[in-house]
Design a protein around this ligand. Structure first.
Ligand SMILES: Nc1ncnc2c1ncn2[C@@H]1O[C@H](COP(=O)(O)OP(=O)(O)O)[C@@H](O)[C@H]1O
Ligand SMILES: [Mg+2]
Length: 369
Protein backbone atom coordinates (compact mmCIF):
# COMPACT_ATOMS: atom_id res chain seq x y z
CA UNK A 1 0.00 0.00 0.00
CA UNK A 2 2.47 2.62 1.14
CA UNK A 3 6.14 2.80 0.24
CA UNK A 4 8.31 1.20 2.92
CA UNK A 5 10.14 4.39 3.88
CA UNK A 6 7.11 6.54 4.39
CA UNK A 7 4.52 6.66 7.04
CA UNK A 8 1.16 8.28 6.44
CA UNK A 9 1.47 12.01 6.38
CA UNK A 10 -0.93 14.31 8.06
CA UNK A 11 -2.29 16.79 5.63
CA UNK A 12 -2.11 20.48 6.49
CA UNK A 13 0.17 20.46 9.48
CA UNK A 14 0.57 23.86 10.99
CA UNK A 15 -1.33 25.90 8.43
CA UNK A 16 -2.66 28.85 10.33
CA UNK A 17 -5.95 30.57 9.72
CA UNK A 18 -6.15 29.19 6.23
CA UNK A 19 -8.65 27.24 4.27
CA UNK A 20 -7.32 24.13 5.93
CA UNK A 21 -10.45 22.18 6.66
CA UNK A 22 -12.45 23.00 3.64
CA UNK A 23 -13.96 19.93 2.03
CA UNK A 24 -12.37 19.22 -1.28
CA UNK A 25 -14.70 19.67 -4.19
CA UNK A 26 -17.04 22.19 -2.60
CA UNK A 27 -15.25 25.26 -3.88
CA UNK A 28 -17.35 27.34 -6.19
CA UNK A 29 -15.95 26.78 -9.63
CA UNK A 30 -16.27 30.30 -10.96
CA UNK A 31 -16.57 32.85 -8.18
CA UNK A 32 -13.87 32.71 -5.59
CA UNK A 33 -13.04 34.90 -2.65
CA UNK A 34 -9.84 36.76 -3.35
CA UNK A 35 -6.71 35.26 -1.98
CA UNK A 36 -7.62 32.75 0.65
CA UNK A 37 -9.06 30.10 -1.57
CA UNK A 38 -7.87 26.95 -3.18
CA UNK A 39 -8.40 27.06 -6.92
CA UNK A 40 -8.71 24.01 -9.06
CA UNK A 41 -5.35 24.48 -10.69
CA UNK A 42 -2.84 25.66 -8.10
CA UNK A 43 -0.58 26.99 -10.85
CA UNK A 44 -2.07 28.94 -13.74
CA UNK A 45 -0.59 31.41 -16.14
CA UNK A 46 -2.18 33.40 -18.95
CA UNK A 47 -0.03 35.10 -21.56
CA UNK A 48 2.82 35.25 -19.08
CA UNK A 49 5.68 37.10 -20.74
CA UNK A 50 9.12 38.32 -19.70
CA UNK A 51 11.40 40.52 -21.76
CA UNK A 52 15.01 41.24 -20.89
CA UNK A 53 15.63 44.20 -23.17
CA UNK A 54 14.96 42.87 -26.66
CA UNK A 55 15.21 39.26 -25.58
CA UNK A 56 11.91 37.45 -25.13
CA UNK A 57 12.78 35.06 -22.31
CA UNK A 58 9.19 33.85 -21.81
CA UNK A 59 6.66 34.37 -24.56
CA UNK A 60 2.90 34.35 -23.80
CA UNK A 61 2.94 31.27 -21.63
CA UNK A 62 -0.38 29.55 -20.84
CA UNK A 63 0.13 26.87 -18.25
CA UNK A 64 -2.00 24.92 -15.77
CA UNK A 65 -0.70 22.50 -13.19
CA UNK A 66 -3.32 20.57 -11.23
CA UNK A 67 -3.18 19.24 -7.68
CA UNK A 68 -2.00 15.64 -7.67
CA UNK A 69 0.17 15.85 -10.75
CA UNK A 70 3.80 16.30 -11.61
CA UNK A 71 4.23 18.66 -14.53
CA UNK A 72 7.59 18.72 -16.26
CA UNK A 73 8.79 21.86 -17.96
CA UNK A 74 11.21 20.52 -20.51
CA UNK A 75 13.64 22.66 -22.44
CA UNK A 76 17.25 23.27 -23.30
CA UNK A 77 19.43 25.75 -21.45
CA UNK A 78 18.17 29.26 -22.06
CA UNK A 79 14.64 28.11 -22.94
CA UNK A 80 13.16 30.27 -20.17
CA UNK A 81 12.43 27.69 -17.48
CA UNK A 82 14.09 29.50 -14.58
CA UNK A 83 12.58 32.83 -15.62
CA UNK A 84 9.12 31.22 -15.60
CA UNK A 85 9.70 29.79 -12.15
CA UNK A 86 10.96 33.11 -10.78
CA UNK A 87 7.78 34.81 -12.05
CA UNK A 88 5.63 32.12 -10.41
CA UNK A 89 7.35 32.83 -7.11
CA UNK A 90 7.15 36.60 -7.39
CA UNK A 91 10.94 36.82 -7.53
CA UNK A 92 10.85 38.63 -10.85
CA UNK A 93 8.02 40.65 -12.37
CA UNK A 94 6.36 39.66 -15.62
CA UNK A 95 6.47 42.16 -18.47
CA UNK A 96 3.00 41.08 -19.54
CA UNK A 97 0.31 38.54 -18.75
CA UNK A 98 -0.42 37.07 -15.37
CA UNK A 99 0.14 34.18 -13.04
CA UNK A 100 -1.95 32.71 -10.24
CA UNK A 101 -0.29 30.47 -7.71
CA UNK A 102 -2.57 29.00 -5.03
CA UNK A 103 -5.01 31.64 -6.22
CA UNK A 104 -2.63 34.54 -5.56
CA UNK A 105 -0.91 36.91 -7.93
CA UNK A 106 2.79 36.42 -7.17
CA UNK A 107 3.68 39.84 -8.57
CA UNK A 108 1.44 41.54 -5.99
CA UNK A 109 1.63 39.15 -3.06
CA UNK A 110 5.07 37.55 -3.25
CA UNK A 111 5.40 37.00 0.49
CA UNK A 112 2.16 35.05 0.77
CA UNK A 113 3.07 32.99 -2.27
CA UNK A 114 6.48 32.22 -0.79
CA UNK A 115 4.84 31.15 2.45
CA UNK A 116 2.62 28.64 0.68
CA UNK A 117 4.84 27.34 -2.06
CA UNK A 118 7.84 25.06 -1.59
CA UNK A 119 10.71 26.06 -3.84
CA UNK A 120 13.89 24.19 -4.57
CA UNK A 121 16.25 26.39 -6.59
CA UNK A 122 18.78 24.85 -8.95
CA UNK A 123 21.54 25.49 -6.42
CA UNK A 124 20.38 24.63 -2.90
CA UNK A 125 22.14 26.51 -0.15
CA UNK A 126 22.35 25.47 3.50
CA UNK A 127 24.43 26.56 6.43
CA UNK A 128 27.22 24.04 6.18
CA UNK A 129 28.34 24.33 9.80
CA UNK A 130 24.85 23.41 10.99
CA UNK A 131 23.16 20.00 11.02
CA UNK A 132 20.37 19.16 8.62
CA UNK A 133 17.92 19.35 11.50
CA UNK A 134 19.15 22.76 12.62
CA UNK A 135 18.83 24.08 9.10
CA UNK A 136 15.20 22.95 9.10
CA UNK A 137 14.65 24.55 12.54
CA UNK A 138 15.92 27.79 11.06
CA UNK A 139 13.41 27.52 8.21
CA UNK A 140 10.62 26.73 10.68
CA UNK A 141 11.48 29.88 12.66
CA UNK A 142 11.47 31.96 9.49
CA UNK A 143 8.02 30.59 8.77
CA UNK A 144 6.89 31.34 12.33
CA UNK A 145 6.00 27.77 13.17
CA UNK A 146 5.81 27.29 16.94
CA UNK A 147 8.63 25.32 18.51
CA UNK A 148 6.82 22.19 19.62
CA UNK A 149 4.92 21.92 16.42
CA UNK A 150 8.08 22.58 14.44
CA UNK A 151 9.83 19.58 15.97
CA UNK A 152 7.03 17.28 14.80
CA UNK A 153 6.94 18.81 11.36
CA UNK A 154 10.72 18.53 11.04
CA UNK A 155 10.75 14.88 12.17
CA UNK A 156 8.08 14.13 9.65
CA UNK A 157 9.83 15.88 6.78
CA UNK A 158 13.17 14.21 7.58
CA UNK A 159 11.46 10.85 7.67
CA UNK A 160 9.75 11.43 4.38
CA UNK A 161 12.96 12.32 2.55
CA UNK A 162 14.87 9.50 4.25
CA UNK A 163 17.34 11.65 6.20
CA UNK A 164 16.38 10.77 9.77
CA UNK A 165 19.58 8.82 10.42
CA UNK A 166 21.83 11.66 9.26
CA UNK A 167 19.73 14.56 10.54
CA UNK A 168 22.16 15.60 13.26
CA UNK A 169 25.31 15.53 11.13
CA UNK A 170 26.47 18.82 9.75
CA UNK A 171 25.43 19.40 6.17
CA UNK A 172 29.00 19.74 4.90
CA UNK A 173 29.19 15.95 5.26
CA UNK A 174 26.16 15.44 2.98
CA UNK A 175 26.33 14.24 -0.62
CA UNK A 176 24.69 16.35 -3.30
CA UNK A 177 21.75 13.94 -3.39
CA UNK A 178 21.33 14.30 0.38
CA UNK A 179 21.46 18.08 0.10
CA UNK A 180 18.81 17.89 -2.58
CA UNK A 181 16.64 15.73 -0.31
CA UNK A 182 17.22 18.18 2.56
CA UNK A 183 16.10 20.89 0.13
CA UNK A 184 12.85 19.01 -0.40
CA UNK A 185 12.44 18.52 3.38
CA UNK A 186 13.02 22.24 3.76
CA UNK A 187 10.29 22.96 1.23
CA UNK A 188 7.93 20.58 3.07
CA UNK A 189 8.26 22.43 6.40
CA UNK A 190 5.61 24.90 5.25
CA UNK A 191 3.31 22.04 4.24
CA UNK A 192 2.90 23.62 0.83
CA UNK A 193 0.20 22.92 -1.72
CA UNK A 194 2.66 23.52 -4.49
CA UNK A 195 6.24 22.41 -4.92
CA UNK A 196 8.43 23.98 -7.58
CA UNK A 197 11.80 22.46 -8.36
CA UNK A 198 14.28 23.96 -10.79
CA UNK A 199 16.46 21.27 -12.40
CA UNK A 200 16.24 19.09 -9.27
CA UNK A 201 18.43 16.26 -10.49
CA UNK A 202 21.06 17.89 -12.65
CA UNK A 203 24.03 17.62 -10.33
CA UNK A 204 23.44 14.25 -8.70
CA UNK A 205 24.38 10.69 -9.52
CA UNK A 206 21.88 8.33 -11.19
CA UNK A 207 21.04 6.44 -8.00
CA UNK A 208 20.27 9.69 -6.23
CA UNK A 209 18.10 10.73 -9.16
CA UNK A 210 15.91 7.64 -8.86
CA UNK A 211 15.47 8.32 -5.14
CA UNK A 212 14.48 11.94 -5.71
CA UNK A 213 12.01 11.06 -8.45
CA UNK A 214 10.42 8.34 -6.30
CA UNK A 215 10.17 10.83 -3.46
CA UNK A 216 8.33 13.29 -5.69
CA UNK A 217 5.86 10.60 -6.73
CA UNK A 218 5.24 9.78 -3.06
CA UNK A 219 4.60 13.44 -2.26
CA UNK A 220 2.08 13.78 -5.03
CA UNK A 221 0.32 10.64 -3.87
CA UNK A 222 0.36 11.30 -0.11
CA UNK A 223 -0.10 15.05 -0.07
CA UNK A 224 -1.93 15.70 -3.34
CA UNK A 225 0.54 18.43 -4.13
CA UNK A 226 0.93 20.11 -7.46
CA UNK A 227 4.54 19.70 -8.49
CA UNK A 228 6.22 21.70 -11.24
CA UNK A 229 9.73 20.69 -12.12
CA UNK A 230 12.00 21.98 -14.81
CA UNK A 231 14.60 19.89 -16.56
CA UNK A 232 16.65 19.61 -19.70
CA UNK A 233 16.94 15.84 -19.14
CA UNK A 234 14.41 14.07 -21.30
CA UNK A 235 14.52 10.62 -19.77
CA UNK A 236 13.92 11.92 -16.26
CA UNK A 237 10.97 14.01 -17.33
CA UNK A 238 9.58 11.06 -19.23
CA UNK A 239 9.90 8.74 -16.24
CA UNK A 240 8.36 10.90 -13.52
CA UNK A 241 6.00 13.46 -15.01
CA UNK A 242 2.28 13.01 -15.56
CA UNK A 243 2.27 15.81 -18.10
CA UNK A 244 5.03 17.52 -19.98
CA UNK A 245 5.36 20.99 -21.45
CA UNK A 246 7.88 21.36 -24.23
CA UNK A 247 9.54 24.71 -23.90
CA UNK A 248 11.70 26.23 -26.59
CA UNK A 249 12.98 29.81 -26.91
CA UNK A 250 10.48 31.04 -24.35
CA UNK A 251 7.48 29.38 -25.94
CA UNK A 252 5.47 26.38 -24.87
CA UNK A 253 5.29 24.52 -28.16
CA UNK A 254 3.39 21.50 -26.92
CA UNK A 255 1.98 20.07 -23.72
CA UNK A 256 0.22 16.94 -22.60
CA UNK A 257 0.79 13.37 -21.51
CA UNK A 258 3.40 11.33 -23.33
CA UNK A 259 0.58 9.73 -25.31
CA UNK A 260 -0.93 13.07 -26.28
CA UNK A 261 2.44 14.48 -27.29
CA UNK A 262 3.21 11.36 -29.30
CA UNK A 263 -0.11 11.67 -31.12
CA UNK A 264 0.52 15.33 -31.88
CA UNK A 265 4.21 15.32 -32.68
CA UNK A 266 4.75 11.70 -33.56
CA UNK A 267 5.19 10.69 -37.16
CA UNK A 268 1.75 9.06 -36.95
CA UNK A 269 3.32 5.69 -37.20
CA UNK A 270 3.87 3.08 -34.51
CA UNK A 271 6.71 0.62 -34.16
CA UNK A 272 6.49 -3.03 -33.21
CA UNK A 273 9.38 -5.24 -32.31
CA UNK A 274 9.14 -8.99 -32.90
CA UNK A 275 11.55 -11.87 -32.52
CA UNK A 276 10.91 -14.29 -35.32
CA UNK A 277 12.97 -17.07 -36.88
CA UNK A 278 12.15 -18.48 -40.32
CA UNK A 279 11.19 -22.14 -40.72
CA UNK A 280 14.14 -24.54 -41.31
CA UNK A 281 13.52 -24.73 -45.09
CA UNK A 282 13.39 -20.93 -45.67
CA UNK A 283 15.57 -17.87 -45.12
CA UNK A 284 14.83 -14.52 -43.44
CA UNK A 285 13.29 -13.28 -46.68
CA UNK A 286 10.32 -15.50 -45.89
CA UNK A 287 9.74 -13.62 -42.61
CA UNK A 288 10.05 -10.28 -44.38
CA UNK A 289 7.48 -11.38 -46.99
CA UNK A 290 4.98 -12.49 -44.34
CA UNK A 291 5.34 -9.28 -42.30
CA UNK A 292 5.24 -6.98 -45.33
CA UNK A 293 1.99 -8.58 -46.53
CA UNK A 294 0.09 -7.49 -43.39
CA UNK A 295 -2.16 -4.49 -44.13
CA UNK A 296 -0.92 -1.36 -42.33
CA UNK A 297 2.74 -2.40 -42.36
CA UNK A 298 4.79 0.21 -44.21
CA UNK A 299 8.35 -0.89 -43.46
CA UNK A 300 10.18 -3.94 -42.18
CA UNK A 301 13.78 -4.00 -40.96
CA UNK A 302 15.77 -6.62 -39.07
CA UNK A 303 18.92 -7.08 -37.02
CA UNK A 304 20.52 -10.27 -35.79
CA UNK A 305 22.26 -10.64 -32.46
CA UNK A 306 23.72 -13.98 -31.34
CA UNK A 307 21.77 -15.91 -33.94
CA UNK A 308 18.34 -14.56 -33.04
CA UNK A 309 16.64 -12.05 -35.32
CA UNK A 310 14.70 -9.03 -34.13
CA UNK A 311 12.33 -7.43 -36.60
CA UNK A 312 11.19 -3.82 -36.47
CA UNK A 313 7.83 -3.25 -38.11
CA UNK A 314 6.55 0.23 -38.91
CA UNK A 315 2.77 0.64 -38.81
CA UNK A 316 0.81 3.51 -40.28
CA UNK A 317 -1.48 4.95 -39.00
CA UNK A 318 -0.24 4.53 -35.44
CA UNK A 319 -3.73 3.56 -34.26
CA UNK A 320 -3.43 0.28 -36.22
CA UNK A 321 -0.71 -0.86 -33.83
CA UNK A 322 -2.72 -3.42 -31.83
CA UNK A 323 -4.45 -4.83 -34.91
CA UNK A 324 -1.10 -5.38 -36.63
CA UNK A 325 0.35 -7.09 -33.55
CA UNK A 326 -2.56 -9.54 -33.59
CA UNK A 327 -2.08 -10.04 -37.33
CA UNK A 328 1.61 -10.84 -36.81
CA UNK A 329 0.70 -13.52 -34.26
CA UNK A 330 -1.89 -15.01 -36.60
CA UNK A 331 0.43 -14.90 -39.63
CA UNK A 332 3.28 -16.54 -37.73
CA UNK A 333 1.02 -19.40 -36.70
CA UNK A 334 -0.45 -19.98 -40.14
CA UNK A 335 2.89 -19.83 -41.96
CA UNK A 336 4.98 -21.81 -39.49
CA UNK A 337 7.29 -19.02 -38.33
CA UNK A 338 8.96 -19.36 -34.94
CA UNK A 339 7.75 -16.25 -33.12
CA UNK A 340 9.03 -15.77 -29.56
CA UNK A 341 7.89 -12.24 -28.79
CA UNK A 342 5.99 -9.28 -30.19
CA UNK A 343 5.72 -5.94 -28.40
CA UNK A 344 5.01 -2.28 -29.06
CA UNK A 345 7.94 0.15 -28.83
CA UNK A 346 7.15 3.17 -26.68
CA UNK A 347 7.76 6.45 -28.47
CA UNK A 348 10.78 8.26 -27.07
CA UNK A 349 10.35 11.75 -25.73
CA UNK A 350 13.56 12.59 -27.56
CA UNK A 351 11.92 12.08 -30.97
CA UNK A 352 8.83 13.99 -29.92
CA UNK A 353 10.92 16.84 -28.58
CA UNK A 354 13.00 17.09 -31.72
CA UNK A 355 9.94 17.12 -33.96
CA UNK A 356 8.13 19.69 -31.82
CA UNK A 357 11.12 22.02 -31.97
CA UNK A 358 11.52 21.51 -35.72
CA UNK A 359 7.87 22.14 -36.35
CA UNK A 360 7.90 25.30 -34.23
CA UNK A 361 10.95 26.56 -36.10
CA UNK A 362 9.62 25.84 -39.59
CA UNK A 363 5.87 26.20 -39.30
CA UNK A 364 4.43 29.13 -37.43
CA UNK A 365 7.87 30.42 -36.54
CA UNK A 366 7.92 33.40 -34.22
CA UNK A 367 4.39 34.58 -34.79
CA UNK A 368 5.05 37.82 -33.01
CA UNK A 369 2.05 39.05 -31.13
N1 LIG B 1 18.54 38.54 -15.36
C1 LIG B 1 18.65 38.37 -16.67
N2 LIG B 1 18.99 39.37 -17.48
C2 LIG B 1 19.09 39.23 -18.82
N3 LIG B 1 18.83 38.06 -19.47
C3 LIG B 1 18.49 37.01 -18.71
C4 LIG B 1 18.36 37.09 -17.29
N4 LIG B 1 17.99 35.89 -16.82
C5 LIG B 1 17.88 35.08 -17.89
N5 LIG B 1 18.16 35.74 -19.02
C6 LIG B 1 18.10 35.17 -20.39
O1 LIG B 1 16.76 34.70 -20.59
C7 LIG B 1 16.77 33.50 -21.33
C8 LIG B 1 16.10 32.40 -20.50
O2 LIG B 1 16.93 32.10 -19.40
P1 LIG B 1 16.49 31.04 -18.27
O3 LIG B 1 15.11 31.35 -17.85
O4 LIG B 1 17.55 31.06 -17.23
O5 LIG B 1 16.51 29.68 -19.09
P2 LIG B 1 16.60 28.17 -18.57
O6 LIG B 1 16.33 28.16 -17.11
O7 LIG B 1 15.59 27.44 -19.39
O8 LIG B 1 17.98 27.70 -18.88
C9 LIG B 1 18.24 33.19 -21.62
O9 LIG B 1 18.52 33.66 -22.91
C10 LIG B 1 18.98 33.98 -20.57
O10 LIG B 1 20.25 34.34 -21.02
MG1 LIG C 1 17.46 27.37 -15.55
Amino acid sequence: MTAPSTRPVRKRIGRKGGASDREPGVTTPRVRAAGDDRPRAPIRTRGLTKLYGDLVAVDHLDLEVQAGEIFGLLGQNGAGKTTTILMLLGLTEPTDGQARVVGLDPARRPLEVKRRVGYLPDAVGFYSDMSGRDNLRYTARLNRIERDEAEDVIDEALEQVGLTARADDSTDTYSRGMLQRLGIADALIKDPDVLILDEPTTAIDPLGVTEILELLRTLVRDRQMAILLSSHLLNQVQSVCDRIGIFSAGRLIGQGTMGELAARFGEDSAHIEAEIEPPADAGPERVREVLSAIPGVTKVTSRSIHGSTTWNVTVKPASDDARVRRAILAAATSTGLDLTSVRPIEPALEDIYRRAVERAAHGHARDVR
